[in-house]
Write a protein of this length. Sequence first.
Length: 360
Amino acid sequence: MLSQAERWYAFERSVAGFYRWYIARSQELRNWNADLSLNWRELRGDLSDSTMRIVEGYYAVEQFIPDYVSKVLNVIRESYGRSQFYIRWGSEEERHADLWRNVLLFSGRRSEKWLHEYNYRLRGQEWHLPWDEPFRMVFYTVFQERATQVNYLNLGLVAKGEKQIDGADDTDPVLGQACRLIAIDEAAHYNFFLELSRLILYYFPEEGVAAMYDIVKHFMMPAHDIIPDYEEFTMILHRAGVFGLRQHSRDVVQVVLSQFGIEGVKALEAGIRRSRDIPDFHGEFRSGAYLDSMDYGLVEKKVTQLHARVTHFEESFGRHEFDQFEFVENPELTEIAEYQRQQREEHIAPIMEPEDEAAN
C-alpha cells in the first residue's frame, strides 16, 4: 500500500505535469483576444431586454474573479501545479469579463459610465469560499464549470435563432461567436477539474467520495448571494430555457456523475448508504468506505490515460531526460476495481440494507 506521503507526491507530480500540458494546449488552440477576435461593430443594438439582462448577469458573475483566484490560492499555495493552474485559470476568466463587458457596451444598451458604476458596486462585495477544503473545491469547480458551459451553450442557441426568449428573435452572429468562444474555454476548464477530481478519487478514494457527495448535496452557483437582483436574473434564465433546475439536473449533475460511472444522484445516495469495507486479496478487510455505485475501473482507466498523455507531452520537449515521469499505481484502487470486476463477472448483487431489501 502507498504511504500518505507517496500518495501526495504521486498526486502533485501528476497535477504539475497535467498543468503544463494544459497550458501548451491552451496557448496553441484558445489564444483569443476579447477586443480583437470579434467584429464588435456588427453586434446588434436591438437585442431584447431579457437577453441583455442575461449578459449583464454573466458579466456580474465574472467580477469576482479576484476572489475566486485569491481565496483558493490561499488554500492550495503549497501545491505548485494547482496554484500555477489557478493563476492561468484566472487570466482566462478575466477575458470572459472583458468579452461580456464589450457585449454590453457595443450593443449600445449600457454606457461606459453605467458599467463603471456597476462594476464598482459589484466589487464592493466580497465572495467567500463555499468550502475551505481543497478537495471539495475541486469537485465544486467541476460542477460549476459544467454549469457555466451549459449556460453559454444555451445562450448561443438564442444567438443562432434556435431558441427565443419571450418571443423575441435575438439572432446575432457576433453574440453567437462570443458564446462559442467562452463555452470552449469553460469546456477546457471543466475537463481540467474533471481530470483533477479523478486523480483525487484514484489516490484518495475515501476522501474523494466524501467531497463529491457534499458538493452534489449542497451545490450553489458562485456569488448568488451578493449579485444585485440575482433572483430576477435566474428567473429569466429559467423562463428562456437557458438554465434552471432541469438543465442543472440533466446537463450538469447527470453528466458529471456519469464521468465516474455513477448513474445519477439516487445511485450515488444509495451507494453512500451501502458503503462498507471490502476484503483485499489476502481476505482481510481494508479500512475505508467502498462506493459500489461508482465504477472504480473507469476512474483507473482515465487516470492511466492521463498519465500517458502527460508522459508523451514531457518527452516531446525532453523533460524526461531530467525528470522521468513515472505512473505510480495505487494498489488500494486497483483492489477495489478488481473487486468490482469480480462482482460483475460472478453476478453478485451488492449488499443491501434491510430497508432496500424490503423495498424489493
